[in-house]
Ligand binder design. Sequence first.
Ligand SMILES: [Zn+2]
Length: 231
Amino acid sequence: MFDPIELGREFFERLMAVDAAITAKVVASACPRCGGPLHVGNYLRKPRGGVLGLAGEAFTLRFSLCCGREGCRRRATPPSVRFLGRRVYVGAIVIVASIVALFAATAAAAHRATGVPARTVRRWIGWWRGEFAETSVFATLSGRLVPAVSRRELPASGDRLATLWPLDRTRNAERARRLVDPPPDRSMPGPSGIAPHLRALMADYAATGLPPAFVTKDPPTGHDDDSSEDS
Ligand SMILES: [Zn+2]
């Protein structure tokens, strides 16, 4: 059983801004085939968001570029953080729904939580473990991870990167989850020379020549000597 997770409008607005920034970089380069200038050639897609990312369906514009040189007109479509290749579902749903399917008790429970048919998610998981695992992107990423990611468990890594708390508007309304003010400044005063006790020990040592750990034992009281001790 999964509590509802929701990727809201703001989430997709931020992804859109990332896509715009990627496109701005690519537009400054030239056509990879002929070196001609790149012109805006955006087009519309019909992304699906399932239950989790319904807000993502409103973000239909796919940033794209076209070579402006007559006779070439090659399309140059920059990478996107909203669209994952030609998949009809938005990229974030491909990732989250795959993870939910791995951990849901049944395929039907995963379907209820994400709105993505089980057959589609099975295909995605096959892609994570097959085609995706062959890419240089995966090779580069997995080289940085210790311990290495098991291909057979993709898209799970076995490590928890972050806790995704369920959306719970009722609990949030109790304000028990509100941001708290930072605690008052209880930091210690800064260092100001030699600590007082150490300074006293150093003065004693200078005066007496006895090592600082030397503590004079008071003569025992109530006992004559050590003879009463058991061996
Ligand atoms: Zn060109």
